[in-house]
Design a protein around this ligand. Structure first.
Ligand SMILES: Nc1ncnc2c1ncn2[C@@H]1O[C@H](COP(=O)(O)OP(=O)(O)OP(=O)(O)O)[C@@H](O)[C@H]1O
Length: 605
């Protein structure tokens, strides 16, 4: 599902059955039960009523044998007939209640899964959480299903009257306390290992996904052997942890099973006390048999209730592991969201491609980075004021003290050697990375009719060809498709898909060549028609002829271009060149024949 390097966060190092668990558990409950009148609450309430009724019926069924002893000992034929009728009705009711109980549990599982997953998705896809989280390394997690330990409900059973006086209930209670302490001790190490196992399970699945996504590149390298070895290595680590978990669980199972069986045996000891002390000396053998049967049932029933609580310890250790995983994921996502500056905490919104009108959101106040989307000059997209930035894992500045303004009509080309920070500049402009210092003002909105970024690696979503181009579920612009600007693409793609709106079941990354993906990205650009187009090596897989055609089309549509690239042919489409020279140095030059001006301050001039 979702994930991150958050697993290495100090807060996750020792997941235990502690206060943090209670807090995380409660926060998950708040998601599952957001209000008093809610489908989940209704289902839970119904389940509670059904379970309590079931317990009452079970009690009635349980005392039937003692009544049979009585009528059989007394040779009471009418009483026997009535009892058989009653037994049939009770058994029917009991099986109906049990089935309804299981049915509601199934429904609740689906409903809880939906609620919890949707809430995690909502946080994951808000702002750029999915980017930041994945930048930190991705691991899969699920496990909410074990959260549904409905058996807890059966502990809410009513306590039936016991004929052994106070000795019975008190000894059963003491037994329960001893069992709880012992199981708590056995459960501790399991929670930590289960947590670890979940993380490794995610890593393992991620490895499979990675190979699936990069199957062709891997095949070119004949990487089967290497990947086989690495995948097996991950499997070994996972299996080792699983083995260790099973070993630790062995002691818990021994504890739980011993407790169960001693519990059954304890009931006879409790009944033996009043019998041997002569309390029931005056009873006939028939009455004594009925009483023993009834007392045995009541004791076993009570012990069973407490035993179920103890048995829950195995489930509880699972719940604790999963609760910590889910709770931690939610906390990390909340943290990321809080620090992201285009997220408006008041409205809980960030940019949405489905809102095709240009809506600029006010940036949340951000203490570290003065990154602001505001109404600056109408003809300006970005203002960089003494901006310095570096990559997250290095102390070396990529660009130092850069000041410039990106204005309408002045096309900017960013060049520089590999790794000098060209794409990183776009990351800073797009607020994927934070600048070390300085101010970055984005004076237009992000998206159609504002600024649109075409990343180095084309982004394909799933869906029809029209959805690929429009990049939105609502096609509200008149879809006079601009694919004809990419005509070679248009004919071949339309032939392959069978039409703009034909559903395709392939992965677009697998069936399009890099050049086709770049053309499709341009088709998207022409459809969305932003005022500013930021192109990161967007034509690197195309011929110079195709590049010229696409750049001309962009200019015809009135777009101001910010391009990154290594090709010298790009120069003629731009007015100003920003060259990143490495070690933080940069220089700005006017390109031949251009009249553009965008420099605020250039130390090199
Ligand atoms: N996600 C990332 N996390 C950490 N460091 C990164 C990340 N992406 C890039 N870097 C590092 O930042 C530096 C600048 O990378 P950037 O992608 O900006 O280079 P570039 O100039 O665009 O190179 P190219 O011409 O190859 O595209 C490089 O040293 C790179 O290793």
């Amino acid at each position: 599902m979702l994930g991150s390097r958050y697993g290495t966060d100090s807060r996750a190092l020792t997941p235990k059955l502690d206060w943090k668990f209670v807090q995380r558990f409660c926060s998950i409950q708040r998601v599952l039960f957001p209000s008093w009148i809610n489908q989940n609450v209704l289902m839970f309430g119904t389940l509670l009523v059904v379970t309590l009724t079931e317990q009452l019926i079970i009690y009635q069924v349980g005392v039937l044998p003692s009544q049979f002893y009585m009528v059989l000992a007394d040779k009471d034929y009418p009483g026997f007939k009535n009892l058989v009728g009653l037994a049939m009705v009770l058994i029917l009711l009991n099986s109906t209640m049990k089935s309804v109980d299981q049915y509601i549990c199934g429904q609740m599982y689906v409903s809880w899964r939906k609620t919890l997953t949707e809430s995690l998705h909502a946080a994951y896809f808000q702002g750029r959480v999915y980017y930041t989280l994945n930048q930190n390394g991705c691991k899969d997690r699920d496990g909410y299903k074990t959260l549904l330990f409905f058996s807890l409900l059966s502990c809410a059973s009513p306590s039936p009257p016991c004929s052994t006086g106070w000795i019975g209930p008190v000894s059963i209670f003491c037994y329960f306390v001893i069992g709880t302490v012992a199981n708590k001790m056995l459960m501790g190490p399991i929670v930590t290992t289960l947590f670890e196992q979940e993380k490794l399970e995610g890593d393992f699945r991620f490895k499979h996904m990675q190979i699936r996504v990069n199957a062709e590149s891997a095949a070119f390298y004949r990487a089967g052997k290497v990947e086989h070895m690495r995948t097996d290595r991950r499997l070994q680590t996972l299996l080792l942890t699983q083995k260790s978990l099973i070993n630790k669980e062995l002691w818990l199972y021994i504890g739980v099973n011993t407790f169960d069986y001693v519990g059954g045996f304890l009931s006879y000891i409790i009944i033996a006390i009043p019998i041997f002390t002569g309390v029931y000396d005056g009873l006939s053998p028939g009455e004594l048999s009925a009483l023993i049967s009834k007392n045995a049932f009541v004791c076993i029933y009570l012990i069973n209730g407490f035993t179920q609580l103890i048995d829950l310890s195995t489930t509880l250790s699972d719940v604790a592991g999963y609760t910590h995983r889910i709770g931690e994921l939610r906390e990390v996502m909340d943290d990321i969201l809080r620090t992201q500056c285009d997220y408006d905490p008041a409205s809980g919104e960030s940019y949405n491609f489905d809102r095709l009108n240009c809506v600029c959101l006010n940036a949340a106040s951000h203490s570290l980075l003065d990154f602001d989307i505001h109404g600056g000059p109408a003809d300006t997209a970005f203002i960089l004021d003494h901006v310095s930035y570096k990559s997250p894992y290095s102390d070396q500045l990529l660009v130092d003290d850069l000041s410039l303004k990106i204005s309408q009509g002045t096309h900017l080309l960013v060049v520089g050697n590999t790794g000098t920070g060209k794409t990183s500049l776009l990351r800073v402009l797009n607020r994927l990375w934070e600048a070390e210092s300085g101010f970055v003002h984005m004076t237009t909105c992000f998206g159609p009719r504002g600024t649109l970024f075409l990343p180095q690696k084309p982004y394909m979503t799933d869906g029809t060809l029209r959805e690929q181009v429009a990049f939105s579920s609502k096609i509200s612009f008149p879809f006079k498709i601009k694919l004809d600007l990419c005509s070679p693409l248009q004919s071949s793609l339309l032939k392959r898909t069978g039409g703009l709106d034909e559903k395709v079941d392939w992965n677009w990354y697998d069936v399009l060549s890099p050049g086709e993906m770049q053309r499709l990205s341009f088709a998207r650009l022409f459809y969305l028609q932003p005022k500013y187009a930021v192109l990161d090596e967007a034509t690197s897989a195309l011929t110079e002829e195709a590049e010229a055609q696409l750049y001309r089309a962009c200019k015809q549509l009135g777009m101001t271009l910010v391009s990154l690239g290594h090709r010298s042919t790009l120069e003629k489409y731009h007015d100003i060149q920003l060259k990143l020279c490495g070690d933080g140095r940069w220089e700005v030059t006017k390109l031949k024949g251009s009249g553009g001006s965008l420099i605020l301050r250039d130390p090199a001039m």
